[in-house]
Design a protein around this ligand. Sequence first.
Ligand code: SDX
Length: 428
Amino acid sequence: MANTATIEIDGKKYDFPLVKGTENEIAIDITKLRAATEGVITIDPGFKNTGSCESAITFLDGEKGILRYRGYSIDEVAENADFLEVAYLLIFGELPTKEQNDKFHEDIKAESYVDEDVKKIIEAFPKSAHPMGIISSLTSALTAFNPSSVNVESEEDMYKSVVRLLGKMPVLVAWTYRKKAGLPLDYGDNSLGYVENILKMMFKKPNGEYIQNKVLVDALDKLLILHADHEQNCSTSTVRIVGSSHAGLFASISAGISALWGPLHGGANQAVLEMLEAIQADGGDTKKYMAKAKDKNDPFRLMGFGHRVYKNFDPRARIIKKSADDVLSQLGIKEPILNIAEGLEQEALKDQYFVDRKLYPNVDFYSGIIYRAMGIPTDMFTVMFAIGRLPGWIAQWREMRLKKEPIGRPRQIYTGATERKFVPVDER
Ligand code: SDX
C-alpha cells in the first residue's frame, strides 16, 4: 500500500502522508493541507470521518464489535478485574502489580472526603435540580478547594490528582443523591471496597445499618468497568478540547460531565427507562414506538439504539444484558420493563429500517434496568455513567497533555453575508 494520499484541486496534485495505527487503521495526515493548498480545508460536521488524535488507550472496531482497554478485551477485564484496577490500567497504561493496586486503593480511600463547605453549595440547589447539573458544578467547584493546577509532567502531581478525583467523585455523587432524597450528607466507610462504599454512602439510612448485597456490588463494579472509556466519544472529546487550552483537570472533567448529560450521549440511559415506562403505560405497544422511531416526521428515536462507531452489537450491551438477567433473577425481581426491552430488541433486529442502518442496542439500552433494580432513581443513571467514565476522561486528558497537543481550534467555511457598509439606525 502507498504511504501517501493524493488530492487533486483545479488540476494540481497534492500528496499527504498516511498514518497507520497498530490495528492497521489508516488516516490521511492533513496537518499541512491548508498551507500546501493556500487555504483549502476539509469539513466534516460531527467528525464522522475525522480523527482528532492518535491514542494508545482504547481501541474500538465498530464493524466487528470489538472494544479493548490498553489491548485487553472488554470481556476479559469485565470478568477478571475490579473497577479501580481498570482505572489504573487506563490512566497509567499497565495493569497494576498487587502492591501498586493495594496502594492505589488506599490512596483513593485517603482522599474520599470533601471540604465541608461543599455542603453549602449542595444545600443551595433546589431538590428539583437534575443531578448531572449538580455534579458538573461540584466537580468544577473542586478546583476552588484544590487550586493548585496539575503539573502533568510530574508523575507524583498527576497521581495525586488522579486519586483525589477518584476519591472525591463518589462522595459528590452520594451527597447529590442524598440531597434530593432529603437524607443527611455523611460519609461512607473506608474499611469497605470502592463500590461497596458508593452504595453505602448513597443508601445508608441515618437510623439503620446498610447491609451490602454482593449481587449489586458485583453488578455495579462491572457496569463501572464497562463505562470506563470509549475512545473519542462526545464527552471525552470535550474533556480533551477543554484541557487543550491548559484549563485544569477538574474544570475539563466538569465540561465532560455536561457533554455526557445530553440524551444522544450518556443521558440516553435515563431516556431509555423513560421510553420503556412510556411504552408500558401505553399498553406495551412496541410496534407503535417502532413506527414512531422510523417516522421521519416524528422526532422520537429508539433510545439506547444506534451508535456512531458500532455498526454491529455494542459488546458492552451484551455483557450488561446478561448482567441484568442475572441481577433480576438473583434478586427475584420480575421486571416487565425488561420484557418490553427484549421485545423491542427482537423487533428491531428483524426490521429492515434498523437492519439497513445497522442500529443495534448500545451500552445505554439495558444499563438502566440494573440501576433501577439497585434502587437508583432514573435521574441518577447518567451520574453513574459519569463515575464509570471518570478514569477514561482522566486517561485521555493526561495523554493529550503529555503529548503536548496544540489547543483545539477547528476551522469553518463561512456562508454568511459578504462585506457590506454599516447603516446608521435612523436609515434602516
Ligand atoms: C453513547 O460515541 C460513543 O462512543 C458514545 C458511547 C460512549 O460509551 O461514550 O457509546 C455512549 O452515547 C451511546 C449512544 C446513546 N444514545 C442513544 O441511544 C440515542 C439514540 N441513538 C441515536 O440518537 C444515534 O444512534 C446516535 C446519536 C447514537 C448516533 O448518531 P449518528 O452516528 O450521528 O447517526 P445518525 O443520527 O446520522 O443516524 C443514521 C441514521 C439516520 O437515519 P437516515 O437519516 O439515514 O434515514 O440512523 C437513524 C437516523 O435517523 N437512527 C435512528 C436511531 N439512531 C440512528 N433512528 C431511530 N432510532 C435511533 N435510535
